[in-house]
Write a protein that binds this ligand. Structure first.
Ligand SMILES: *[C@@H]1O[C@H](CO)[C@@H](O)[C@H](O)[C@H]1NC(C)=O
Ligand SMILES: *[C@@H]1O[C@H](CO)[C@@H](O)[C@H](O)[C@H]1NC(C)=O
Ligand SMILES: *[C@@H]1O[C@H](CO)[C@@H](O)[C@H](O)[C@H]1NC(C)=O
Ligand SMILES: *[C@@H]1O[C@H](CO)[C@@H](O)[C@H](O)[C@H]1NC(C)=O
Length: 479
């Protein structure tokens, strides 16, 4: 109150000063915020106006719904008492003083919230008082989790975020790139706190599986926004493909393997192999997803069926195997590639030659006229004569796509690897296959190999349309 009295001396307006002093007799905090379960301090002091001033009693009164309830009383001779909670010791004066009535409340309850009046009975001025609003906040406890749902085309909750027992209610939102929306529900708890439940609704497609969304919780009692990442879990039946048939299973080959690959949620771990005409031939050995052929014989000239199972369903796919008498020669493809490379190089040279020719002709129009023979320049040494390309090399049946990245396939033999490499970097400048195509191929499960009466077993006419850019057309080789 010293600061209040000093301006009075300067102003020397006695009555004005007196009224100001009287108006600010009892200092309190207008509003105090406490946290549920924690301690709170309600400061209250009376300014001593002179040596003659006497305080005969201090009382804290809580005003609840218009009714006044004595919380704490301090009398100079009878001491301190706490009428509202006599023996709890939860509420007490901070110090033993008749001018400092600061009140401490431990283990704050929601019901402690309200208006508290700090009142001094004084002589000679009579009763002096001031009031404090106590606000009790509750820090919410929050969490978020995915709700396991089966893939479908019906919008439904796929994740739930709960912020429990907050006061005031927490602000709960979802951060997501997915095309869903959220629905909020509030529950008023009996202790005055509020539980907020925010569900994220989405059409649960299998593409949404393993996508991440984040629940954000904001609240006055939280130093910063809390975030709870959630990975969605959309259950779907296996999608199965048989991998590993390279079209070159010849008699006595001993490293032939089929792999049944399946994705699904939960990840399928249950695989069973059969053939179209019943049990598996003796020459094969099955280890889970894998089927090993110890030595290729005519008993594996059949259709293998793999069935994958998870909690959602059971799906099977098949692969027709054609056993050959002789292996397919793999060098011819390299010769084809070599020929292509040479032809390409010669073409480039020819173009360069033509450019040089025209430049020279511009500079010396007469001297160079007629001296260029593109044919001899381009094909002079004869090494670039077109080779007959063995189409069988690239005309292997498309295996049903697996949905896995190629790098994950460990069990491909080199032969297969080379083919992949070539598809990724086609030697003749064909555009690489797009992902969408891969996805599409997943749907057309089952073998695509076509048979023809041709001794090589291939349908030449169908080649180009069948293998969208992955094979070398005749025109490309013959330039
Ligand atoms: C009550 O306390 C507030 C804050 O300390 C103060 O501004 C106000 O003047 C006080 N009122 C009285 C009547 O003492
Ligand atoms: C969610 O959004 C879709 C449109 O995107 C709308 O049809 C649907 O009514 C919304 N649901 C809720 C609960 O707002
Ligand atoms: C919860 O309390 C709020 C405000 O006190 C009120 O608007 C709301 O309707 C209540 N909700 C329920 C479900 O009782
Ligand atoms: C292998 O199976 C195919 C049918 O898939 C059949 O046309 C062919 O004759 C069979 N070859 C042998 C040697 O059994």
């Amino acid at each position: 109150m010293g600061s209040a009295r000093r301006p009075c001396a300067w102003a020397s307006l006695l009555w004005g000063c007196l009224s100001v002093v009287l108006a600010q007799q009892v200092t309190v905090k207008h509003e105090v915020t406490g946290y549920l379960g924690k301690r709170v301090v309600l400061p209250c002091n009376i300014a001593v106006t002179g040596p003659e001033m006497k305080v005969s009693q201090v009382t804290w009164v809580k005003e609840v719904g218009g009714r006044r309830q004595n919380v704490a009383v301090h009398h100079p001779t009878h001491g301190q008492s706490y009428p509202m909670e006599k023996n709890s010791r939860r509420i007490r004066f901070a110090v033993n003083s008749l001018t400092d009535a600061t009140l401490v409340i431990e283990h704050l309850l929601m019901s402690d919230e309200g208006t508290y009046s700090c009142e001094f009975a004084t002589y000679p001025n009579g009763n002096e008082l001031n009031t404090t609003n106590l606000i009790v906040l509750a820090k919410p406890t929050s969490s978020a989790e995915a709700m396991e749902v089966k893939s479908s085309n019906v919008e439904q909750p796929v994740a739930v975020c709960t912020s429990a027992n907050g006061k005031p209610p927490a602000r709960v939102t979802w951060q997501s790139k997915l095309n869903g929306n959220s629905s909020i529900k509030q529950i008023n708890n009996s202790d005055g706190t509020v539980t907020v439940i925010n569900r994220y609704n989405l059409i649960p497609t299998k593409e949404a599986n393993e996508q991440q969304i984040i629940c954000l919780v904001e609240h006055v009692a939280l130093p910063q926004t809390e975030s709870f990442p959630v990975q969605l879990s959309i259950l779907y039946a296996p999608e199965v493909a048989i991998d590993g048939y390279d079209g070159n299973w010849y008699l006595t080959r001993n490293d032939a393997t089929l792999v049944c690959s399946a994705r699904g949620n939960p990840t399928p771990i249950d695989f069973s192999w059969t053939t179209s005409n019943g049990p598996l031939p003796k020459s094969v050995e099955v280890q889970g997803q894998r089927l090993f052929v110890k030595k290729v014989d005519y008993s594996v000239n059949t259709t293998f069926i793999c069935q994958a199972t998870n909690r959602v369903g059971q799906v099977s796919t098949q692969q027709i195997i054609l056993v050959r008498d002789q292996p397919v020669k793999s060098q011819s493809r390299n010769v084809g590639a070599l020929a292509g490379g040479i032809v390409g190089g010669i073409l480039a040279l020819a173009v360069l030659g033509i450019i040089v020719f025209f430049i020279l002709r511009r500079r010396h129009p007469r001297a160079s006229k007629g001296s260029f023979d593109p044919k001899t320049r381009a094909f002079g040494n004869g090494t670039a004569q077109p080779q007959t390309h063995d189409f069988t090399e690239l005309d292997r049946p498309l295996k049903p796509a697996t949905g896995r990245k190629p790098e994950e396939d460990e069990d491909e033999d080199d032969y297969r690897e080379e083919e992949r490499e070539e598809r990724r970097h086609p030697p003749y400048g064909y555009a690489p296959r797009h992902r969408e195509d891969e996805e599409e191929r997943f749907d057309q499960l089952g073998p695509i190999l076509r048979f023809s009466p041709d001794p090589h077993g291939y349908d030449y006419d169908d080649m180009e349309s069948q293998h969208d850019g992955s094979i070398i057309s005749k025109t490309a080789v013959y330039v």
